[in-house]
Design a binder for this molecule. Structure first.
Ligand code: NAD
Length: 433
């Protein structure tokens, strides 16, 4: 049976009942309207190209057979192979993955990398399973996906509940179902692998690092000093913990954190390194000795300059938006703000750095990993970081200027930039036959 079993402490999945794909569609519509695009492009992009659902059995180390539900949604590949993460979470469902896959399409187009958008996942709670069981589930899922993924077709990466270890298992399984002459190329079927298995320097921290580059761009334009700034971070996994660590190096302090198990506050500022170590070891924040436990509501009301949602979608709804005290919401997570919440934030003069811009560092460095694999190269960490920084600053600047030209918010400007890229391809290629 499952080991490492932990009680999932319900701290509230706030967005229940809201359809994420409808939200993604409404955001996109603002981009279309800003550009006055024709209906044909809207029709083409209104649904994902492929929605793959697989029920696959896994023989557990105990001998018991369990059935799992896995997904891969391939939204669009006009600009290049489908690309996007694999999520392990008990709430994974089709409309969520449709939205997440669409956001990948817009993100890749926005940052100018030759990828389309996809997202996949398995509906289960990985915290309830041992490493041995997770390996069996990951390998069996990869085998079941078969040729639905591929290094020039659809390239998964880590997302919530998955990490480099799972990418290594996916890569290894995929390589073994291919002939010897295809194996070298087959290694780049996934990105976010460990360094020893062909991963890139800087990939693990890339999403958090990219979030911080965006915060720096925002701060520069606002003439806001990050040294001494205060931060609240929801979700302390890969993305949240890296944002906290990198911001600490800039002199900012994390005064509130939260995850699936609890919310904590420390007005003096947490030590992000110790906190990350604790979260990794205990797979939760609950029990961390260096802070006072607060409620989820208190977390969103906390006095801070920068609010970083880095967990699930649909966390900042109308209720949270009304009480938030931060100057800026930086969407490290995908889709953390609903439409009503966004309207209230903007009305209250709270800036939003939208997800498709803020968390794009992950897919950018995934692209660098894929390129290194393709060329049998290994780039220095400094080289990766410098390339990431240059690209993100350039994209932020373009989005900021486009927002001014179109007289729209930053999210709509990002959609407009992404849509212009995709429109150009459809205009040139047409719809055939
Ligand atoms: P992770 O699994 O490493 O961490 C997720 C964190 O969210 C954990 O701390 C977990 O406890 C917390 N969490 C889960 N349910 C919660 C709840 N109900 N309330 C509060 N906290 C909860 O995942 P990650 O890779 O850090 O991803 C976080 C977010 O960033 C996701 O939205 C993901 O799509 C997005 N993202 C990740 C990457 C990447 O490279 N990993 C890239 C782009 C976007």
């Amino acid at each position: 049976m499952a080991s490492n079993t932990q009680m999932e402490i319900n701290v509230g999945y706030q967005g229940e009942g809201e359809n994420l794909f409808a939200i993604a569609d409404a955001q996109l519509k603002r981009g279309y309207d800003a550009l006055k695009l024709d209906d044909n492009l809207r029709t083409i992009l209104s649904q994902p190209k492929n929605e793959i659902i697989i029920h696959f059995p896994v023989k557990m180390p105990s001998g018991e057979v369990k059935l799992f539900k896995g997904y891969r949604v391939q939204h669009n590949n006009a600009l290049g192979p489908f690309k996007g993460g694999i999520r392990y979470h008990q709430d994974v469902h089709l409309d969520e993955l449709k939205a997440l896959s669409a956001w990948m399409t817009w993100k890749s187009a926005l940052v100018g990398i030759p990828y389309g958008g996809a997202k996949g996942g398995i509906k289960f709670n990985p915290r309830d399973y041992s490493q041995e069981e997770l390996e069996a589930i990951t390998r069996r899922f990869t085998h079941a996906l078969g040729s639905n993924i591929g290094p020039e077709w659809d390239i998964p990466a880590p997302d919530m509940g998955t990490n480099a270890q799972m990418m290594d298992w996916m890569m290894d399984t995929y390589v073994h179902i291919h002939s010897s002459t295809e194996r070298e190329a087959a290694r780049r079927v996934v990105t976010g692998k460990s360094l020893t298995c062909g991963g890139s320097h800087g990939r693990e921290a890339a999403t958090g690092q990219g979030v911080v580059y965006c915060i720096e761009e925002w701060a520069e334009r606002k003439r806001f000093d990050l040294d001494g700034a205060t931060l609240a971070v929801q979700g302390f996994g890969n993305v949240g913990s890296n944002v906290a660590r990198i911001m600490a190096r800039k002199g900012a302090s994390v005064v509130a954190v939260g995850d699936h198990s609890c919310y904590l506050r420390n007005d003096e500022g947490f030590n992000p390194h110790k906190l990350a170590e604790y979260a990794r070891e205990h797979r939760q924040l609950k029990g961390y000795p260096g802070g006072k436990e607060i409620t989820r509501d208190e977390f969103f009301e906390v006095n801070c300059d920068i609010m970083v949602p880095a967990a699930l979608e649909l966390q900042i709804l109308e209720k949270e938006a009304q009480v938030l005290k931060a100057k800026v919401v930086v969407e490290a997570a995908n889709g953390p703000t609903n439409l009503g919440g966004e309207a209230i934030l903007l009305e209250r003069g709270i800036d939003i750095i939208p997800d498709i811009l803020a968390n794009s560092g992950g897919v950018i460095v995934s692209y660098y990993e894929w390129l290194q694999n393709k060329r049998s190269e290994s780039w220095y960490k400094e080289h990766v970081e410098e390339k990431l920084q240059r690209r993100m600053k350039r994209v932020y600047d373009r989005a900021y200027r486009r927002a001014g030209e179109l007289k729209v918010d930053l999210r709509t400007a990002c959609y407009a930039l992404a849509l212009e890229q995709i429109r150009n391809v459809y205009d040139a290629r047409g719809v055939w036959p």
